[in-house]
Design a protein. Structure first.
Length: 288
């Protein structure tokens, strides 16, 4: 297999993995599937685009975007999470789909429906490293994703708040009885999800350009990525995203364009038929 396919797949899969991670974090804590996850990424990418054009510099533009993403997460928690927890799953799905359409429309009104482009902070030209070629920007995407995953792992494992999130994910009732502030945990979960998605938006904006529909493109592909890795598994979101990115890059090279467009959904159907729990998911046994 051409190493260039793997590198492109890792780059694409890194973005899928981050959006899928944000999706799974919310689901683990609240059991809500947020179909507006891609739109959270898209809005953050537009904010980064606006701040970059204002001349604030890359560092301040990134900081401002992450701050916006945190506030967006707070708003999503107040508008979506709290009212929908405990409601029928159909209501949850329809509410988040409606919110995704609303956010997409707002982006179109504010930034127009025309394609927008932003310069990458480093070169996007492929550099020859002997047995493979990689652009500095591709390397940046992979390294930032890897670094964020490590930080997220350390946060969950070694901080009190991270332990509270894990406890709430396992059993919210037991966590509340132990004195864990559930509402605060839900708030933090949405903030973390917003920030992770914002990083994905910042990374992909220079490569794919900006349009209100990029949320659909990456958000909807994060869903099969999460299922592939094992829906509800945080490591599975990373593995699923990277795996889907590599498989999709292979599909671009070896399959017709018409098949490439539907390829993630073919993968989703096959996973559900062959191994519904995903790569790292655990099969649950029902008690009789």
């Amino acid at each position: 297999m051409d190493i260039q396919i793997i590198i492109y797949g890792l780059t694409l899969g890194s973005v899928y993995a981050l959006v899928a991670l944000g999706l799974v974090v919310i689901y683990r804590a609240t059991e809500i599937i947020n179909f507006a996850q891609g739109e959270m990424m898209m809005l953050s990418a537009y904010v980064f685009f606006t701040l970059s054009l204002s001349g604030t510099g890359t560092f301040l533009a990134v900081a401002g975007t992450l701050l916006f993403a945190a506030f967006l997460g707070v708003g999503m928690n107040l508008l979506v999470s709290r009212p929908l927890i405990g409601k029928p799953i159909f209501a949850q799905i329809m509410a988040t789909i409606a919110l995704s359409i609303l956010l997409r429309s707002i982006a179109g009104i504010v930034w127009s429906h025309e394609d927008q482009y932003i310069d990458a902070p480093v070169s996007m030209i492929l550099q020859d490293f002997g047995w493979f070629k990689m652009s500095p920007y591709q390397g940046l995407i992979i390294l930032v994703t890897l670094g964020l995953v490590v930080v997220f792992y350390l946060f969950l494992k070694f901080t009190l708040l991270g332990t509270s999130i894990k406890a709430t994910s396992e059993d919210p009732v037991a966590a509340q009885l132990m004195g864990i502030p559930i509402k605060r945990v839900y708030m933090v979960v949405w903030i973390v999800s917003g920030i992770v998605s914002a990083v994905a938006g910042i990374l992909i904006a220079p490569q794919s350009g900006l349009h209100p529909t990029i949320g659909i493109r990456f958000g909807m592909k994060a869903l099969p990525a999460a299922v592939l890795g094992g829906f509800g598994s945080l490591p599975g979101a990373i593995v699923g995203g990277v795996s889907l990115g590599i498989l999709e890059s292979m599909a671009i090279v070896y399959l017709p364009t018409a098949v490439y467009d539907i390829f993630p959904w073919v993968v989703l159907i096959l996973v559900l038929l062959i191994r519904p729990e995903g790569i790292l998911g655990v099969k649950k046994r029902k008690r009789v």
